[in-house]
Ligand binder design. Structure first.
Ligand code: GTP
Ligand code: MG
Length: 168
């Protein structure tokens, strides 16, 4: 029997950046062109094997629409990890990602592991990758470029998150 631990992670970011699409691609290997906006939040789990143990990720996928913004602290306050997602095609969503990172740093769990995720890498890049990775370096975050549509880096981003949690 492999030892197992549970870790709560949260996805934050503007509406329509592809948070739910990333989670569905990872958990079910499915992608929908007409993915509906999330209402409130949704919850999925997936177990990720490591060398000596397995990590059961409890994934909270929040709703990015403005009207749900006040709910977010309920989901990120007790999260051990956060994927802050933006749309690489849409500059405005990068600003929002920086807002969520500030929120997480001031109100999140102590030592929360933050990944900045530039999704929709299959589209034109309107946010500069160098600027985004420099921002991450300065703030001690990890940077990933993903596409829920093609699957690029989707498994990698979640398994890297799982590997950040030390088994004790
Ligand atoms: P909220 O639930 O409102 O916060 O949105 P969300 O961040 O969960 O976005 P969602 O996953 O619903 O995706 C929004 C739209 O973007 C859908 O039409 C998806 O098909 C599309 N989409 C998601 N990821 C990608 C991607 O990597 N590439 C492309 N081209 N489209 C994507
Ligand atoms: Mg959603």
């Amino acid at each position: 029997e492999i030892p197992s631990m549970q870790k709560k992670i949260v996805l934050l970011g503007d509406s329509s950046v592809g948070k739910s699409s990333l989670v569905f691609k990872f958990v079910k290997d499915q992608f929908f062109e007409n993915q509906e906006p999330t209402i409130g939040a949704s919850f999925l789990t997936k177990t990720v094997p490591q060398n000596s143990h397995e990590v059961k990720l409890q994934i909270w996928d929040t709703a990015g629409q403005e009207r749900y913004e006040s709910l977010a602290p309920m989901y990120y306050r007790s999260a051990s990890g956060a994927l802050v997602v933006y749309d690489i095609n849409d500059k405005q969503t990068f600003k929002k990602a920086k807002f969520w990172i500030k929120e997480l740093i001031s109100n999140g769990e102590n030592g929360v592991i933050i990944f900045l995720v530039a999704n929709k890498s299959d589209l034109e890049h309107n946010v500069d990758s160098v600027e985004a990775s420099k921002y991450c370096e300065e703030n001690g975050l990890f940077y990933f470029e993903t596409s829920a549509k093609t699957g690029h880096n989707v498994v990698e981003v979640f398994t890297s998150m799982a590997s950040q949690f030390e088994y004790v």
